[in-house]
Design a protein around this ligand. Structure first.
Ligand code: ADP
Length: 217
């Protein structure tokens, strides 16, 4: 169990706080809007009404004991930045901040913020990719145009030998795992025969993965 502080309980902050709490962590939610704080009080370990631009108020919350502090104040850039400066002055290391504009991002970067997040943009890119490649259930970007993708095997793949499926992209796309119902088959053998409903977890560069698409739909 870890401890997290979420400052700013707008739609992103609340979702984040509730999810971390659901995962069994200790979460403190902080907002200057009483109504917002009251609405989450019963779902979080602590919910506090405080102004995040007030250094004394932040100090009293002993945030140094938390594993990470997330500043999720989006719209009010000034409040977000002042809060970050105070958190830095309090000696906090692991600060994650939601940025809403390029300027916001730039200033956060120059303040030395370790993680700057753009939830709307990231979700937009993710949604666009899943709309474009609907056969991909989940994906993870590894950087350098390399991805891990999760693809359910449709009926037409049933009976296909894994090496046949990947023959065109040998050496570029690798099958890391096949999940069949509750069972996992890590690093499946080349001769593994795919069944409808198997979940294939493949890794490879985007171009090679795209070449496979016609065989997967
Ligand atoms: P989202 O886009 O995720 O909904 P918002 O920027 O709209 O994010 O919401 C941010 C939250 O931060 C709001 O609930 C607001 O009350 C809170 N907030 C704004 N300024 C401060 C501040 N100075 N101190 C504490 N909370 C603040």
């Amino acid at each position: 169990m870890a401890q997290y502080a979420i400052i700013g309980l707008g739609s992103f902050g609340i979702t984040l706080a509730l999810q971390l709490a659901k995962m069994g962590n200790e979460v403190i939610g902080i907002d200057n809007d009483r109504k917002v704080v009251e609405s989450v009080a019963s779902s979080l370990s602590h919910a506090v009404i405080a102004d995040a631009t007030d250094e004394v108020a932040l100090e009293e919350l002993s945030l140094a004991y938390y594993d990470a502090v997330v500043v999720a104040i989006g719209e009010d850039m000034k409040a977000s930045l002042i809060c970050v400066v105070h958190l830095k002055n309090l000696g906090l290391q692991n600060i994650w901040v939601k940025a809403t504009t390029d300027e916001h991002h730039l200033i956060l970067k120059s303040l030395g913020v370790s993680r700057i997040i753009h939830p709307e943009e990231e979700m937009g890119v993710r949604t666009a990719r899943t709309l474009y490649y609907p056969m991909i259930r989940e994906y993870m970007s590894l950087g350098d145009r390399q991805y891990v993708v999760e693809i359910p095997a449709i009926e037409k793949l049933s009976g296909t030998v894994l090496s046949d499926l990947l023959s065109e992209v040998t050496g570029h796309v690798f099958c890391l795992l096949i999940k069949r119902r509750e069972k996992l088959y890590p690093s499946p053998h080349e001769q593994f025969v795919i069944e409808q409903g198997d979940m294939l977890v493949l890794a490879g560069d985007r171009l090679s993965l795209t070449k496979l698409v016609p065989r997967l739909v």
